[in-house]
Ligand binder design. Structure first.
Ligand code: 2RA
Length: 336
């Protein structure tokens, strides 16, 4: 199968290539696409070098699927051109996520919504993906009424510049001769916590916070779920963490919650306070699963659970989820 990866030289694009190779996606021809200034450069896939091509050349080569991670404006301009040429686009930007004509998909939750007419499919926001993977099995059983989430997000979610800022603040080796390094954030990130991810909106929430609110309802197919979020950047690299307080419309047994999570697809339960076992981004790094722990009853109100959810944001939060969508489409014979 011919596969294009658009934005192949970025953090997520590079991870997409890695995940396609690891999962043995049947790539017969790879078309790495990047900005004009990268055309002609090479990327590595399964030990071989592939030349970066332009958007137009990629469309002309007619891949069956194009995984996009090139930002919202590039996607708005180019995804429809790929789709018109019959190429299925799986897009990691926020451009199409809330478009009512486009599907927003986390395979463990709602792959069934996909059909043959879906030519531009949206990959959700990283912090939303890991939360819904962990919550879906509980929603099915107890019916979630309200979610209060606070995130602790890795700098890798911002991109390479933010990784360079963190490392530049931390290590002289990454600074230039004048002691300078790139600033992805307005403030230092090392030894700091920044309670802002993406831009502020008129309601005082950030765009990242409202993504968690709106995308969760769309993926879980339930507008009645009330969601409120605070999203925060912290100086870590391995993945995003989330403290989630979830209220159900009926009561639960903690043991049953553990069993449900243990048998949920894509979830790993790490919850043994007696031996100080809980999920951490250090352990989730380079893994595809969503790790859940610190399960405990909210003692201040009925039917409410506290939990801690961690996942590698570049993998399940981006690249792995996109490749899983492609695998699902392939399995259903929907990629031509
Ligand atoms: C972040 N959610 O971590 C973004 C990346 N898509 O900033």
């Amino acid at each position: 199968m011919k596969v294009a990866v658009v934005g192949a030289t970025g953090l997520v694009g590079t991870k997409m290539l890695q995940v396609l190779a690891e999962r043995n996606f049947p790539v017969t021809e790879l078309l790495p696409v990047a900005s004009e200034r990268s055309v002609g450069k090479e990327v590595e896939f399964k030990g071989k070098k592939f030349k970066v091509v332009s958007m137009t050349d990629a469309i002309a080569a007619k891949p069956a699927v194009a995984l996009f991670s090139a930002g919202g404006s590039t996607s708005l301009e180019w995804a429809p051109k790929f789709a018109e040429a019959g190429i299925t686009v799986i897009d990691n930007s926020s451009a199409w996520r809330m478009d009512p004509t486009k599907k927003l998909v986390v395979p463990e939750v709602n792959a069934h919504v996909l059909g043959k007419d879906d030519k531009i499919i949206a990959n959700p926001n990283c912090s939303t993906i890991q939360m819904v993977v962990a919550l879906e099995p509980l929603h099915k059983k107890y019916n979630i009424t309200r979610i209060v989430v606070s995130t602790y997000q890795s700098v890798t979610g911002t991109g390479k510049k933010a990784v360079d800022q963190l490392m530049g603040e931390r290590q002289k080796a990454v600074q230039n001769a004048n002691g300078e390094y790139p600033m992805a954030y307005k403030y230092p990130i090392d030894l700091n916590v920044i309670p802002q991810i993406d831009v502020f909106l008129d309601n005082g929430y950030t765009k990242e916070e409202m993504k968690m609110v709106n995308e969760t309802k769309k993926i879980m197919g339930d507008d009645a779920i009330r969601v409120t979020a605070t999203t925060v950047r912290i100086p870590v690299m391995g993945g995003h963490s989330e403290s989630v307080n979830v209220e159900f419309n009926k009561d639960y047994q903690l043991n049953e919650v553990k069993q449900l999570l243990q048998s949920a697809p894509g979830v790993v339960l790490v919850d043994d306070p007696a031996s100080q076992q809980y999920p951490m981004p250090m352990d989730a790094h380079e893994k595809d699963e969503v790790f859940v722990g610190r399960l405990r009853r909210d003692e201040t109100q009925p039917n409410t659970l506290n939990m801690w959810i961690v996942s590698d944001n570049l993998r399940k939060g981006a690249a792995t989820n996109a490749v899983q969508i492609a695998e699902y489409l392939m399995g259903k014979g929907l990629l031509k």
